[in-house]
Each structure stands twice: as C-alpha cells, then as structure tokens.
Design a protein around this ligand. Structure first.
Ligand code: DGJ
Length: 729
C-alpha cells in the first residue's frame, strides 16, 4: 500500500497521506526516536540529516559531559521525563521508590494495513484499504516499561491518528502523565487558534501569536467543557483562510484534557495533547497496560478552509457510525423552551398535533417526565414515568404521537443523582464524593460514580427499560454538571487517581451498549448545551446539541467555531421563540430558520402559541430543509465572512461534491448605511462551469463568482438574512 515505509539502512519511517509527509528517524545514538519532518508531501525520504546528529561533539557519544544539551534540544517524537530534556514531557511515572524518570528508546516496529480499535475508547476507523498503521515499540530498560507509539495514516484524507499504549513489564508503578501526541518542529511564525467559551457561548475562536514560553488550554472539569475545547491549530505566519500551512490537533476524548504549546530557546515548537495529568495517577501492575485516547493530526498547505475540510471528511467517513451516519434526520420539535417543566400528556399532544400539521416529524419530550421532577431540584436517578403528568402512561403518549405520523424522542440525564431521590436514599454511596467532606452541589445534583459496574448497570437499565417500553426512536442524553469532589467509595486508595478517566470509560461503555441494543435509535448527546461537543461523543451520536443559546445572532458565532472542525450534520440547531430566552433579542423567524438550517434543524417553541405569521412560515422552512439537507450534510463547507470579525454580516457556503450546486447563507446582522460593499466572492465552485442563482435569470461564469463575486443588495433592518441557491447550467 505504501503509505508507511521503513527505510532500514537510514532508519527512517516515512508516513504519507495524499498531500502530507511525516518523517521519523531512529538515531544510532541510544536509539532515540526523533521527529524529522511534518509538512507538504515529499518525494524523498533522505532527510535524516535534519536531526543534526552528525554535528558532533553535539551527541552524547561524543560529548557526554553535555548530555543534557543534546536531550534539551533533540526533536523527540515522544519526550520522556526528568533526565535532561527540560521542555514539557509527554510521559511521567512514579516508581515504588518515588522516582519520576522515563527515557525511551526504539526497540522494534510493526506496519500493517487498517487500524486497530482502541479498547473501550472511541476512535477513528478505516478498512484495510483505507489506512495503514505503524506501531513503534520503545522501551525504558531501567523501568521495564514499554511504550508503543501508534500512527495511523489515512489514504483519503490528510490525517494521521496518534495514540500511545503503555505496557509495564517491570515492577508496579504509577503513570502520572501519558499524553497522546507530541510534535517538535521549527517555529514558522505560528499563530495559535483555540476555542473557548462559557455556557451559552461555546467554541468562540481565539487567535494568539505563539511567543516564547508556554501556553495552552485544558479541562479539569471531568468533561470536555464549555470553557475550553480539546483542539488547537498552528497556522504559519504567512498562511490565510485559503492558502498556506496549518497544523490541526484534535483530541478524540470527552474528559479532562491538556493541549499545550511551548516555544523554546531555539525557536522550536513543542505542541502536545492528551489526558490532563492533574489528579491523574494510574497504577500499572506488572503485565498491565494503558491505552491513551487518540489525537488526530491534520496538516494542510491549503489554509484554514482545507484544514476544516480534512476534519469534516475524517469525521463523516471515519468516526460517525450507525444508521443516521449518511441519512437525513427527522425534523424535531422539542418542548424544553416551549414548556420547561410545566407539561402533561395533553399539552404535549397539542404541540405534536399542530407540529404534525405543519410538517414536523418528531416530538421530543425533554426534562421533567419522571419521578416528581417539576423543577431542576429533584428526581435524577428515579427514571419512573410521572403518570400525574404523563397521564395514560408513556406508551399511550408515544402511540398517540405515532398516530399523528410523528416519531417520538425522550430526554435522559443518566449520569446524575439528585439528593432528593429514591435512588439517593437507597445508595448515597453511588455519588462521587470524598469521605468526611460534603460534596459540592451543582444544579442541586451529584454525579453518579460510573467507575462502578453496578452503578452503570443500574443507570443503563433505567434508560433501556424505558426505551423497551414504547416506540421511542430518539434519545437526548444530557449532562448538566461537571465533576468535583473526586472520590469513589469503591476504588482502593491507590487507584483513586484513576477516577476521572474510568468515569469517561464508564460513560463510553454505557453509550456503546445503548447503540448496540438499539441500533435504529437516533442519539443526540448534550451537556448543558454544548459542553460535551467533542469527537469522542460523535463516535456514539451522529449529532450533538450545540448550545443552549438558540438566538440566531449568537448562534452565528457558536456555529462558526463548531463548523471549523465539525461537519454541519453534527450540529444540533433549533428555531426558537422570541424574545430569545437567553439574550432577549428579537430576530425575524426567517433568519432563525436560515441559521438553524446549517445544523440538524428542528424547533424548540410552543407551536400552539407562536404568532400566526411565524406558524405560516414553518411549512416553507420544512420544505427548505428537505430540499437542502443532503447538500448541507454532505457538501463542502466554506466560511466566507464572519460577523465575529467584521461586526456587520456573516456569510457561509456549502458546495456539493460535484460542484453543481451551492447554498449561500448571508446574515446581515446590522444594517449600516453607506458603510461598505457587501461583495461576496464564492468558493469551491468550478471556474469552468456556468451558474445561475435560483429564481434569477442571469448566468454567471464560475470564475466570475469565485474571483469577482456577487453583490448582496442591502437588506432592510437588522438581523435580516438571505439564502442563495446556486445551480450549474
Ligand atoms: C440542558 C440542555 O442543554 C437543555 O436543552 C435542556 O435539555 C435542559 N438541560 C434540561 O434540563
């Protein structure tokens, strides 16, 4: 297949994606594994000289009196700890004697077609003809510790997936840090792009120049978080949206993470990503192993647009699974913003009836249908239908909804326990907590200890029992607080440091069980909005709720940051009522529809109460969804103008793979008189083809649309929007 080649004489590994090369060299000097090159595809492999080991007396064998100088500057593929490389390490241990040192040398390797599954973890996948894997076995002889560096090279996308497997062949020890990938490379005047936010303001893009010293982002909240996202991109100083070098790193994981960049004294970058070492301590007995989650690396010479395309293709083809992977999702109506906790069968059926009349295809019953939950203070863990609200029972409700020709979906928060619940009375020890310390509440709830099998089994069975009881075709799996008071009543003292990661493994196990038992289920993950929007969760659910902020203007920013790395098909997006419940803004119903069309599309409002003129627009929006969703789901997304940057208007485009069709969304957030041209240069079209804007007569040459552009006429008022459907002719 030839995507990975080992040149034995030169001791060079060359990994080739369609447009990039990644070169690793083993040096005679103690078999250290050096990072030689990652960038535009090379024809030749003979670049081992870049490791500069022939420039002795630099190397230890010729200048051991300055061994640390070598270790502190050699570009390590996977840096050890505590022996003289003073940059940030990727791995650290604690031995029985309390020592931390790790130093790794190459032992052997294996190259094979395909990609191994990572036990218990979500990961990208590919058939034997789609990718090839290199396993580099390294060892610390003193510790008897084996470290296997895994690299999978994809043949259809410019992606290399990396992870690490640690096998302890020596005395018992504790792993206190084990990152998934490290990149040592010369600085190219890099700018760092990261995503940050808060509740209702997830994944805002932030650029900063990489300067000397250390910078990074992280979560120690037990989940991915609203605040920081496990992604970073290094853009070369001269790169742009459409051209130049960009390195992207994204972590396929849903728990604590660390993403770090260090620029050292020699102007060399060290970028790394993995499980956050804070409060992480994993015991490895002799013979035991630890597998890290994976980091996916993208290299492109095609600027930010191409980085986005590589991630989108990777996730669409090699991460998302199940029946809905390539399928249109039913248009749903969710009752959360419509009713909050104040609903019953009658209310839900009145919403469903009106929704069905207008073309909506699924009713989702959100929080508040179980135990005695009439607000957010109680009943998590008591997953018994509250028949005072759901009169006639759940099956009756589902059947009635089905009779209207609609599907039915339901909300759960399976990982949680309310102090006011039957479950807590019976099992107070099932909550994560530290003995003799009152745990901190958040939304008046605690987190269940998913490291325990009996707890996972209970929580899973609660969900499954409800799903088995009626024709339920969709689940929204929510998580509304982050972890604190890290203690498990079951783990022994020397394994408490494993809780955070074991929690995530427990969650993955439960979701794997769910999608296996219910293969036709549409699962949507959610966490207080978009706090667990990450590639790990995408492995289980093809869509994730993007944010609790459904305001069309705020959504432009949230969806822009999300679409930077995630396909539009994954972004949960709904039309809600105005004034918006989060920011109080009033935007036209059309604009709310246009913005939600860039995601999964649905409604979250009381359809029986909204103004008649809004109601009338729903069938039109439904028709638009059916007309454009294949294009939105499968096409190439382009960011054209950003309201975040110009504070004026937003514009993005989706182009079909055959370049025969494109959908352009233009949102004029503010109407500014005599301000500046609203000229839009399109992207991704074929310059040789001719196109028409649907509904207009003029014919435009593709190159005209690409390079000269079109002029969007001024729209009257703020928050106005326009969709342009371009078709080849
Ligand atoms: C947070 C979610 O993001 C909302 O959509 C809603 O499901 C609430 N939780 C319910 O408690």
């Amino acid at each position: 297949m030839g995507a990975i080649t080992f040149y034995e004489q030169d001791r060079i590994f060359k990994l080739d994606t369609p447009n990039s090369s990644y070169v690793i060299g083993i040096v005679d000097e103690e078999n250290f594994v050096g990072h030689v090159y990652y960038g535009k595809k090379l024809r030749d492999y003979r670049i081992g000289y870049l490791l500069r080991t022939k420039e002795g007396p630099f190397v230890p064998s010729e200048n051991n009196r300055d061994r640390t100088s070598f270790l502190d500057s050699f570009p390590m593929e996977y840096p050890g700890n505590g022996v003289g490389d003073y940059r940030r390490s990727s791995i650290a241990v604690k031995t029985a004697g309390g020592h931390v040192a790790v130093s790794l040398s190459y032992v052997s390797h294996r190259i094979y077609p395909g990609k191994p599954m990572l036990p218990g973890l979500p990961a990208t996948f590919g058939a034997e003809k789609e990718c090839e894997t290199l396993e580099l076995l390294c060892e610390d002889k003193v510790l008897g510790l084996q470290v296997v560096l895994l690299y999978t090279v994809f043949l259809d996308v410019d992606v290399i997936a990396r992870s690490v497997r640690v096998v302890n062949q020596g005395e018992p020890l504790y792993l206190t840090k084990v990152l998934s990938a490290n990149l040592d490379m010369d600085n190219k005047d890099f700018e760092l792009l990261t995503l940050h936010g808060s509740w209702a303001r997830e994944r805002m893009m932030q650029w900063r120049k990489v300067g000397k010293g250390f910078c990074g982002l992280e979560s120690v909240r037990g989940e991915t978080s609203h605040q920081d996202h496990p992604f970073m991109a290094l853009k070369a100083g001269d790169a742009t949206q459409t051209n130049g070098e960009v390195y992207g790193m994204h972590f396929v994981y849903s728990g604590n993470f660390l993403a770090q960049v260090e620029l050292n004294q020699h102007d060399v970058i060290r970028a790394a990503m993995g499980i956050h070492p804070e409060n992480f301590c994993w015991k490895l007995e002799k013979g035991e192993e630890f597998q890290t989650p994976e980091v996916v690396l993208v290299y492109t010479n095609g600027g930010m647009d191409d980085m986005t395309h590589q991630f989108h293709e990777l996730y669409r083809n090699h991460l998302i699974r199940g029946e809905y992977k390539n399928k249109k999702r039913p248009i749903l109506i969710n009752n959360w913003e419509a009713t909050y906790f104040d609903f019953d069968t009658e209310k839900l059926l009145s919403i469903a009836k009106k929704a069905a009349e207008l073309g909506i295809e699924m009713l989702v019953m959100d929080d508040g249908w179980f135990g005695h939950r009439n607000d957010d203070n109680t009943s998590l863990g008591d997953w018994f239908v509250n028949e005072n609200k759901i009169k006639g029972g759940l099956k009756y409700l589902v059947d009635e909804v089905n009779k209207l020709g609609m599907k039915f979906g339901i909300w759960f928060e399976p990982e949680m326990i309310s102090p006011d619940s039957e479950l807590y009375k019976a099992h107070p020890d099932w909550a994560i907590r530290v003995p003799n310390r009152t745990p901190s509440l958040c939304r008046n709830q605690y987190v269940l200890d998913l490291t325990r099998k009996e707890v996972r089994d209970y929580a899973y069975e609660c969900v499954a029992k409800i799903l088995r009881s009626a024709n339920i075709e969709y689940v929204k799996w929510d998580m509304n607080r982050q972890l604190s008071d890290i203690g498990s009543m079951e783990l022994p003292a020397d394994r408490q440091g494993e809780l955070y990661h074991r929690y995530v493994l427990g969650l993955y196990e439960m979701q794997e069980r769910l999608v296996t038992e219910f293969p036709h289920l549409l699962l949507e993950n959610c966490s207080g909005g978009g706090a667990r929007f990450d590639p790990g969760m995408l492995y289980y659910s093809p869509q994730i709720w993007c944010s609790d902020d459904t305001d069309a203007v705020e959504r432009l920013k949230i969806q822009e940051g999300t679409a930077l790395i995630y396909p539009l098909s994954t972004m949960g997006a709904h039309v809600s009522d105005c004034p918006n419940h989060t920011v109080g803004r009033v935007t036209p119903f059309e604009t709310r529809g246009h913005v939600a069309l860039a995601g999964t599309f649905g409604y979250e409002l009381d359809i029986t109460k909204i103004p008649e003129e809004d109601k009338k627009l729903i069938p039109e929006q439904v028709a638009m969804y059916h007309k454009y969703n294949d294009l939105v789901r499968e096409g190439d997304y382009y960011r054209i103008a950003s309201y975040q940057e110009n504070h004026y208007f937003d514009c993005y485009e989706v182009v079909s793979k055959d370049k025969n069709e494109a959908l352009i969304t233009f949102v004029q957030v503010l109407n500014r008189p005599n301000y500046r041209s609203r000229r839009i240069c399109l992207k991704g079209l074929d310059p040789e083809k001719n196109y028409r804007i649907e509904g207009e007569k003029e014919i435009y040459a593709g190159d005209t649309l690409l390079y000269a552009g079109i002029q969007i006429a001024n729209l009257w008022g703020d928050f106005q929007s326009k969709l342009l459907h371009i078709v080849s002719c």
